[in-house]
Design a protein around this ligand. Structure first.
Ligand code: LLP
Length: 423
């Protein structure tokens, strides 16, 4: 469910015409629906109500401060993967005790900072990292909490770049090593191993891989219990898929029906780390058609947003629905097959290929749908393009939550050494 819909052939976000936003704020423009985002958060919380999970929104999906603040205000925790995300999480007002920290490559500085701030726990991805956290934790008075990220070796049936729970992936710790670590835990005297974590991949549309992974972890927990190890948390990670095209992903309720009986048997506190599920369908990227160009083999619609604004089609060959912001009846009669492309000097700079769309003309606006997750957060300044403006719509009001970058922003950290200035 999302709050982007046509009313009288005009695309609306909540109660605001997207065209008005495009004209007022310019393009490329990210538009987020506040209520869609909260609705997804509440749906997940409600479906898992009986185990009172801590839902830690995955900051990487969209790290805008306003989005983090909106979710934190409703009780969300945050899942972070870097010192920068820790900084953002705290700035957004997230209590440190609701922050969990994953990543295969945490630096000493990042670990120290997170310990100082008192985060809930680290999701640890290897034995050397665990030993390093133990060493750093020695400088602090209290033990540092960690969860072991297990690599359960399951096939999540998603794009290979976002598959993380197979044994050939760089993430997590296999069961045999995890067992050894748990049995040796007392020798790591500055840390407390308080839970297990899994995150098997992203945009997973079936429950089966989650269930398979959770079952494996639960069997492991039982085995460890027999060997005298008791834990407090089970962190299920993120990965719930959404609709981009004609996927039929599990709903929060169906997902809960499958996994709750398993979770309840463990008696552990449950943590979840959804990113895309919360923000994916709550955001769109709005662009303006600059030129329409026909070549002997193709018709190109060239828009003012590019792969620097939304890299998912280029990087994962991801499908995003494209909608005209006005949908006059004539548009339905006259359709054509086009490539929607950006202005960047790469043939990989496209949003759609051979897509049948109502005829577009120069000056029209289009919406690239379901761009809320891994859209802005993966954007760049490639081709010295300024990153887009972002607005959040709340019913009939729109709030700018990030200004468009300026040309000065592009140069801010660059230095011409004195010798080049003839000094
Ligand atoms: N937890 C951990 C440890 C993660 O690595 C991730 C995502 C999440 C939670 C949130 O996953 P989600 O619920 O959003 O699926 N850029 C890619 C997706 C990369 C996902 C990385 N990890 C894309 O655009 O599809």
């Amino acid at each position: 469910m999302h709050e982007f819909r046509y009313i009288n052939n005009r695309l609306y976000c909540e109660k605001v015409k997207v065209e008005e936003l495009a004209r007022k704020f310019g393009t490329p423009l990210y538009v987020y629906s506040y209520h869609t985002m909260l609705d997804h958060f509440h749906k997940l919380q409600a479906a898992f109500r009986s185990v009172k999970p801590l839902v830690c929104y995955s900051v990487k999906a969209n790290s805008n401060l306003a989005i983090l603040k909106a979710l934190v205000d409703k009780g969300a925790g945050l899942d972070i993967v870097s010192g920068g995300e820790l900084y953002r999480a705290l700035k957004a007002g997230c209590p440190a005790q609701k922050i969990v920290y994953a990543s295969v490559g945490k630096t000493d500085k990042e670990i120290e900072e997170a310990v100082k701030k008192g985060i809930l726990f680290f999701n640890v991805e290897s034995l050397p990292e665990l030993e390093n956290i133990n060493r750093i934790a020695g400088r602090f008075k209290r033990p540092v909490n960690v969860a072991l990220r297990i690599n359960p070796d399951v096939e999540p049936k998603t794009h290979k770049f976002i598959t993380t729970g197979k044994i050939t992936n760089k993430f997590g710790i296999d069961f045999a090593v995890a067992r050894r670590i748990l049995l040796l835990r007392r020798s790591l005297c500055n840390i407390k191993i308080c839970g297990l974590h899994i995150h098997i991949g992203s945009q997973i549309t079936e429950s089966a891989p989650f269930v398979a992974a959770i079952k494996k972890v639960i069997a492991f927990l039982a085995r460890m219990k027999n060997e005298g190890v008791t834990l407090e948390y089970l962190n299920l990670g993120g990965g719930l898929g959404i609709v981009y095209d004609n996927e039929k992903p599990q709903t929060a309720v169906k997902f809960a029906a499958q996994v709750l009986p398993l979770l309840k048997r463990t008696g552990l506190k449950v943590i979840m780390e959804p990113g895309r599920f919360i923000i994916g369908n709550a955001g769109i990227l709005v662009a303006r058609v600059l030129y329409c160009k026909s070549t002997p083999r193709k018709r190109f619609v060239i828009v003012d947003a590019g792969m620097n604004d939304l890299i998912r089609p280029s990087f994962y060959n991801a499908y995003h629905q494209i909608l005209p912001i006005r949908y006059p009846l004539s548009a339905i009669r006259y359709t054509e097959k086009v490539d929607i492309v950006g202005p960047i000097c790469e043939s990989g700079d496209f949003f759609a290929k051979d897509r049948r769309l109502p005829r577009l003309k120069e000056g029209d606006f289009i919406a690239v749908m379901s761009a809320g997750a891994y859209g802005f957060s993966m954007s760049s300044n490639y081709n010295s393009r300024r990153r887009a403006k972002e607005v959040m719509v709340v019913k009939d009001k729109a709030f700018v939550i990030r200004k468009r970058e300026s040309f000065q922003d592009l140069l801010r950290n660059e230095i011409i050494p004195a010798f080049l200035m003839g000094l």
